[in-house]
Write a protein that binds this ligand. Structure first.
Ligand SMILES: Cc1cc2nc3c(=O)[nH]c(=O)nc-3n(C[C@H](O)[C@H](O)[C@H](O)COP(=O)(O)OP(=O)(O)OC[C@H]3O[C@@H](n4cnc5c(N)ncnc54)[C@H](O)[C@@H]3O)c2cc1C
Length: 378
């Protein structure tokens, strides 16, 4: 019997917990490191809910990856017996003639995704909590829904541990050093571990962990704002998540407890983060004006005064495609970074791809458009 490959997963958040699960399931010897503990709320994975969509607004190349993620979400739920995802559906609303709605409809048709087009009148009947301007359309992605991020991260990491993986909680990795004899040395305050391959999934801390790489991942500060409905029952009709592109680019998720609706904004509204170790978590009242405005216009039955505000971080690339692959010139270091505000739904697929790259050196999944060439040449 051959010796199992020894793989380090650095950052056990959204992507790292799934990478640990898939690697451990495939027989690798896995060591995970996190500067905190799985399920914490200081990076990209906090705030109770994430949108799952089967369809994609921009790049049809994501659809096979979302299919794989869909199957793996089901598998993780079955293995753990936990409800990680609820298929509430996801409403996507935008100008009927916009490229995003056109792409969404054409790729949904081409891939046979279960969806329904609702005009203004149909939307008003079915989901009266949403106002749709003239010339706009709503598309209900019936395979969409909500995922519980903290529970998912803990569940994937927990499954990996049950399968034999080791997890070093509260252990920040200080350095990843290619070893002269092959493989990689992982340096922490407690010592150095030698592994065959390192999978780097440090999320918004990618530039802190790998300071010598070109800064192609831009770290941003995201506000999530929770609002209580005033009149309409937001939770009737299946309470789908929603994404809106015009006149305000925003998204929202009715809370699984049925008490409030979480709203988030698009990248253009997110302030840069100079140092992810010193994230400013206070929200200035001036930052709430945009929430007040869009609620008044698009969802007037929500109280615009938030009942909860939280601040998170996420890494964005210019193209908004994540960087997934071997670090240029480093066959023993796999990086997954820059998920640009939409990575959570894909995280189990990313875990499987990380396992392919770490164990086989390549993947059969169609990720050519996600290659991390921008991180530099050897
Ligand atoms: C507010 C918000 C809303 C979002 N909404 C959605 C949505 O609805 N749907 C969707 O699909 N996506 C959504 N996203 C995007 C998605 O959540 C992210 O793309 C995803 O969480 C990124 O995962 P990650 O593993 O890269 O980062 P993280 O989940 O933050 O994980 C990084 C981990 O690395 C650890 N770490 C960092 N440095 C070190 C080190 N030196 N040593 C050890 N450990 C380290 C951190 O502690 C952390 O646990 C949203 C993001 C945010 C912030």
């Amino acid at each position: 019997m051959s010796t199992p490959k020894r793989i380090a997963v650095i950052g056990v958040g959204s992507m790292g917990s799934q990478a640990m699960w898939r690697l451990a399931a495939r027989g690798a010897e896995v060591i995970g490191y996190d500067r905190y503990a799985p399920g914490h709320d200081r990076g990209a994975a906090g705030g109770e809910t994430r949108i799952f969509r089967a369809a994609h607004l921009g790049e049809p190349g994501y659809i096979p990856l979302l299919r794989l993620a869909d199957q793996l979400w089901d598998r993780l739920q079955e293995e753990s017996g936990r409800e990680l995802r609820r298929r509430t559906g996801c409403l996507v609303m935008g100008a009927t003639e916009s490229p995003s709605i056109r792409t969404l409809l054409s790729s949904s048709d081409a891939h046979g995704l279960d969806h329904e087009v609702l005009d203004r009148a149909a939307l008003a009947r079915r989901y009266p909590q949403h106002r749709l301007p003239e010339g706009h359309t709503a598309v209900l992605d019936r395979e969409g829904g909500i995922i519980r991020p903290e529970l998912s991260v803990q569940t994937a990491a927990g499954r990996a541990e049950l399968l034999g993986a080791r997890l070093r909680r509260y252990t920040p990795v200080r350095e990843i050093v290619p070893a002269p004899r092959g493989g990689v040395d992982i340096v922490t305050d407690e010592g150095t571990d030698h592994v065959d391959t390192a999978v780097v999934t440090a999320g918004p801390w990618i530039n802190t962990l790998l300071p010598d790489l070109p800064r192609v991942v831009d770290i941003r500060r995201l506000i999530s704002s929770w609002h209580v409905p005033t009149t309409h029952d937001w939770f009737a009709g299946g309470a789908p998540a929603f994404v809106r592109s015009t006149p305000h680019h925003c998204y929202g998720l009715p809370s699984p407890d049925g008490l409030s609706v979480k709203i988030g904004l698009s990248r253009a509204r997110h302030l840069p983060v100079a140092d992810p170790l010193r994230l400013d978590r206070t929200v200035d009242p001036a930052e709430l004006a945009v929430f007040r405005e869009l609620i008044g216009e698009l969802m007037p039955d929500l109280n615009p005064d938030p009942v909860r505000l939280s601040v998170y971080m996420e890494g964005y690339t210019d193209s908004e495609h994540p960087l997934v692959g071997h670090l240029p010139g480093q066959d023993d270091i796999v990086v997954l970074a820059g998920f640009s505000g939409s990575g959570f739904k894909m995280s189990p697929a990313m875990g499987e791809i990380a396992a392919d790259l770490a164990l086989e050196g390549t993947t059969g999944q169609p990720i050519g458009f996600l290659a991390p060439a921008a991180l530099g040449t050897p």
